[in-house]
Ligand binder design. Sequence first.
Ligand code: 0A1
Ligand code: ZN
Length: 850
Amino acid sequence: MSDAAPTTIYLKDYTPFGYLIDSVHLTFDLAAHATRVTSRIAFRPNPDARDRKFFLHGEQLRLIRAAIDGAEIAPEVTDEGLTANVPNAPFVWETEVEIDPGNNTALEGLYMSNGMYCTQCEAEGFRKITFYPDRPDVMSTFTVRINGDLPVLLSNGNPTASGQGWAEWTDPWPKPAYLFALVAGDLIAYPDQFTTKSGRGVELNLWVRPGDEGKCAFGMEALKKSMKWDEEVYGREYDLDVFNIVAVDDFNMGAMENKGLNIFNSSAVLASPETSTDANFERIEAIIAHEYFHNWTGNRITCRDWFQLCLKEGLTVFRDAQFTSDMRSAPVKRIHDAIDLRARQFPEDNGPLSHPVRPESFQEINNFYTSTVYEKGAEVIGMLKRLVGDEAYSKALNLYFDRHDGQACTIEDWLKVFEDTTGRDLTQFKRWYSQSGTPRISVSESWDSGTYTLTLSQETHPTPGQTEKLPQVIPVAFGLLGPNGDEVRGTQVLELTEATQSFQFTGLAAKPNPSILRDFSAPVILDHGHSNADRAFLLAHDTDPFNRWQAGRSLAEDNLFRMITQDSAPDGQFLDGLLAVLRDGDLDPAYRALMLQLPSQSELASTLYDSGHTPDPLAIWTAIETLKQATAQHVQDLLPRLHSESLVDAPYQPDAEQSGKRALGNAALALTTRLDSGTQAAAEYDRANNMTQQLASLACLLRAGKGETQLSSFYDQWQHDRLVLDKWFGLQISLASPDATPAVALGLTQHPEFNWKNPNRFRALLGSLATNHAGFHHADGSGYQLLADWLIRLDPVNPQTTARMCTAFQTWKRYDDKRQALMRAQLTRISETPNLSRDTTEMVSRILDA
Ligand code: 0A1
Ligand code: ZN
């Protein structure tokens, strides 16, 4: 890192690159510490550009030779790239550089993982491979030759030639450099094939390390289902002869959609019933779908610049959510998504890191792969679809694919296809992309002889850099229930566009009960103004599964809130309502399991903070424990029935039906453990023949302060399996008591298997510390200190993962003065570390500036 002040890049400064590229030829001579990369690039002046400065990005490259049209030149090279004088006509650019993948611990560019070469180029990693205009709007076809003494040599596109120790790949589809990929290693293929709807045969391979072959079947099935679904639902076919997926152990994120060669964190693709939980299977299915869907939304149509990241990510998350809803249960998926959004995106959007779905400036783009860009970005598309309707949505998407195939696009291009298809003016809707913060909706109602009037008001609190907020277009799915629970008005979408707006419903026989924001139709905070009686009514009668669940959630939250702020006891309204839902054997077990899940500690902390209280982590933890204990007692008689309803007498399948049953059974087991101090959980542990049940019963035991023997036999059983060992590390910290958490985490950092340079292992340990709310916020500050120690240690090794994990401190201003001071001290200590990376510098300074 240079000591220069970090530079900020602005969306408004965008200009096109001065040159276009007709073709790229790359040759890699692989060597762990001295890989040679030779490039031959056909440039020509870009008629649409005014600025003809020839600057190529390049970092950590040793330039050996550069030439233009065969004549050697001596370009001016800095830490960030090179400049050269070039002809004002087409020319061939050549360079040879040397790089050191064996010492690349940042995992960006070409690096090594367990003897295997692999790449990660999004967002700006290609500049660590060779000199290049490393920006998404410069697209070209690529031909790649790999010379290396390894059995498997892969790159993007189709294989075009190979021999002993070399292979050549050609990607006919123009792409930006961030989609480049190369893999070389001693890998085993798990092969399959797929025939597209137009009859093209595609060879599929999942490449893994020897020993992992048994964990490939599920991922392969998920890939084939994704390919089929995209044909059926979006009319999108695959466009190469081969599709390769590679599993790699060292990876900063979940996976990467490189054209024809997706690279996956092994945790996001490898699965077996013995080693993976139902939740792991579901996540893997979704990530495989996500990366595959990028082939059209991201690769064929890419982003003009990184400010447009949500163009590909929001849309692709939306598509993978649709896929999961189709493959599994739509209501359950919607509830999971709402829980996740509230847990991750709302705190981001209501704290120092708040930024619009399309940010307007950044220092380090890696810091903007956020829940706001991804998940809120997907919510924005869901709202658009709800507003224009399914048919118009599908027409607009067809127009998008027809009009923009092969282009690097903007949010303006995206919205224009909707405007052109529907004739609708989306000017106000576009605020969802530029205005940060979570809108809050408040409700008032009136009833007058047959007419019900609903008044909705919206308000968004100021966020960093944005003090004035304008009203947004908010689709509020809405229905009315009569006093006996019948639905008197089915779901319709109210369009809230003003700061305050009223909606009237006439001809009603009696004062109805409103069901507002059905299906979580917008990413907003809704203050219903409901009484607990209204909530109990909706919990019993709402026909909308999301709002029925929400009613139970709100009852629980209100109860917890009063327990914390007024020392109230667990109350009957919530517990009775819950009991009635649990008894209803017609309800999906997965749905009933969700009903049993209480709000998380950090969600309660948000709620408390929002209503003017200072969250006390220990009081929150205690209230949740007390309510769980009361729940166990209240539903005690039902537990044996829930247990029997959850039994599966068929071979293990990670599908929605079986995993729903297991979720209910395990939720019941957690309650049972509170009453029998672990007898049943210990028996379940001994009987478990899949990881879902093994881990759930172990968790019950640990939560009860038992399970020492099981924990160590779990270690003995699984010490050879790195993904299961991550669970072993994580579980102990997640379930440690508040008082013990920092010490347990510290102890585990001394374990010989704590390979902290592996991002999965680092996250398993320190990520679990950061998400154990009461433990992390230990009053003596030892949780903060431990995390900061390790972030400081990791930063020079892996800035990207370090910076992401700084978000653990983003809520620091919510807490009491003492905790604030402790957190500020750690943030300051991180920020004052010499040579801190650009990634971490930006994150810490944004968090501190709150
Ligand atoms: N585009 C990938 C995620 C990804 C983003 C950045 C990375 O490195 C900085 C790696 C992967 C996706 O959405 O799946
Ligand atoms: Zn993505």
